[in-house]
Design a protein around this ligand. Structure first.
Ligand SMILES: [Zn+2]
Length: 199
């Protein structure tokens, strides 16, 4: 079946989403055009608004449309604790576990030389600044227990070694190769509590 150029373009654009192949992209495009104009309008508007306005928190690099994200703005969070995670979804996972009251630093990825992602792309100079300021006493590294997550954790531990703070790594409970986002809240809370000091 041959689609007109605008429809073909929409199908092609939808394929940028993770896990969406040509068949499902086609299905989504046709659904939006045929059956749910209102939904499609809302999708288009909110996508445009989010793209135009969402940036990174100047302090923790989490995604937000404000200069500082909601968590950084709060005064009741423990400013001595900083938890380093790979993605905004990890922040949501730890927040829903409900036992961590410190602040976060979001790498938005992990070290991956093959993809050209180095310390600069992860904002590690910013992490060093963050940790140096206002009384941070402990940095908990909660990157995924994948090879890349472990490599990133080692790098960060080395980087912060000279700062006079405790550096810990979340421990048991998170399976090897596991991504934080998919670990249940209780396990995550235990992993945070059982964190170990990185020598
Ligand atoms: Zn923030």
């Amino acid at each position: 079946m041959v689609f007109s150029p605008l429809i073909a373009e929409l199908i092609d654009a939808l394929r940028c989403l993770p896990g969406v192949g040509p068949k499902s992209a086609q299905k989504m495009a046709l659904y939006l055009l045929e059956r749910d104009h209102q939904g499609a309008d809302k999708l288009a508007d909110s996508l445009r608004a989010a793209l135009d306005n969402v940036g990174r928190c100047r302090r923790c690099r989490n995604l937000t449309e404000e200069t500082e994200c909601q968590i950084c703005q709060r005064t009741d969070r423990n400013s001595k604790l900083v938890c380093v995670v790979e993605t905004p979804a990890d922040v949501v996972a730890i927040e829903s576990a409900g036992r961590f009251d410190g602040r976060y630093f979001v790498l938005l990825g992990h070290l991956s030389p093959i993809d050209g992602i180095g310390p600069e792309e992860l904002g590690l100079d910013k992490l060093k600044e963050f940790v140096a300021e206002d009384g941070v006493e402990e940095v908990i590294i909660a990157t995924n227990s994948t090879l890349e997550g472990e490599a990133t954790s080692h790098y960060i531990a080395e980087l912060l070694k000279s700062s006079n703070i405790e550096i810990t790594r979340i421990a048991h409970g998170v399976p090897m190769g596991g991504e934080l986002e998919y670990v249940d809240g209780n396990t995550l809370a235990l992993a945070l509590e059982g964190r170990k000091k990185i020598e």
